[in-house]
Design a protein around this ligand. Sequence first.
Ligand SMILES: [Zn+2]
Length: 98
Amino acid sequence: MWKPALPLLEFWDLYHGLIIGFAALGAVLLFNQWIYRRRWQSYPSLDEYLAAHPGCRTADGVVCNACRRKALVAPVPSMGRIYRCGWCDSELYRIDRA
Ligand SMILES: [Zn+2]
């Protein structure tokens, strides 16, 4: 009689929901990074963004041109940083790595 005595299988049974969840999260993050890198040059620089939307420079910092709220920063390794609006989910501008 074959008995599943593999601890790895038991571990999988107990935590597969968690493992799949983390794997999916990691895949989404990696995919976002890949998209950001691929499209890097298509994002406007801060100067270009402010030239296109002069009203977006406020005393509080640079805001989203669509909903006027403050942008969130997302680091992109080896490229720089992307500022995106977490409220209306639009990408705003990029800061190239110095
Ligand atoms: Zn917005």
